[in-house]
Design a protein around this ligand. Sequence first.
Ligand code: SF4
Length: 388
Amino acid sequence: MADAPPFGPAHGFGLYIHWPYCTRICPYCDFNVYAAKDRDNGPLNAALLADLDRHADLLAGHPALGSVYLGGGTPSLMAPADIAALIETAEQRFGLEADAEITLEANPVDISRAALDGWRTAGVTRLSLGIQSLEDEALNFLGRDHDAAMAKQSVAEALTVFDNLSVDLIYARPGQPRASWKSELTEALSLGAPHLSLYELTIEERTAFGQRARRGELVPMDDDDQADLYELTQEVCEARGLPAYEVSNHAASKQYQSRHNMTYWRGGDWIGIGPGAHGRLTLEGTRIATHAAARPADYQLSAQTPLKPASFSGLSPLDNARELIALGLRADAGFDLERIRQVTGSEVDLATLKSFIETGLIRQNGSTVSLTREGRLLADRIAAELSP
Ligand code: SF4
């Protein structure tokens, strides 16, 4: 990648589609989500298609897409025919690489043989299943609408259609004992999904959990105990052949690593469509950030207006460098010192880099810098200290 320009689709090119509706809002969730209720999906589907069109007009010279990611919200609530229409339009307007990864986030309650077949026929190649826990009590605490039996059943059913399956779990829940996380994680690994996304519960201020924490009704796990569970997570997953390739993501082999997320971590280009979606695009050598209107009604209106290069302001060299370092460090692949020089004209803090290498938090291979397992625990702090 040394001869590639510092930005652009040479570092990955993907499409993120945000579907903002959920049957109910989980108390820990701070995504841009809305309760689904009875509603007509037609206007949002039309807006998503229009948004694809206007991005295709803006990005005439871009290559074929390497990945499409339908996230949310709960995109498994969409009709398979609407998913198919989006994938088809993306293919017509941008092209899709022959081995493009097309991921759909799904909730266990939406899994059925008919739905799985419908998604497969629509063009989905990878499923990301939000089971979150294998304990009924924890699922109840997390406000989920499925129980442990349904979580396990959904993984088994999904694997009959999608070999490329990812499972999400949330750990470091208040008061969660080490031994119970160990057995829950071991059981999750035995379900056979080749990819796990394992997130520590974070209590965000503007969520229902945030309110409960402010009232003193919920006490988050302290940092030391969280770090202890993180270490345990690495040990258990490594022993079972699913090592981390990113702070929270584990895969059985390279083939199952998320190609779409890799585009984020490598600083590639991605189109973001749907309410509140973010994108990063390179226009005439300048990297720009896009951010769609958050409220569905506003988004539906705005998606009809053509995109003009002049309406975007480019990211500054410093913003770009900070993002490359912060996101690059999350993944095993790390970031490239030479690319940071190209982007900013200046260096990362070399004295700080040296001290992180000496303390075993960072490793350097040529011009590539990445975190060690110990370093991953401190990824955000290390990125902030290295950044110019
Ligand atoms: S289902 Fe997922 S996106 Fe929807 S509210 Fe719950 S955590 Fe958030």
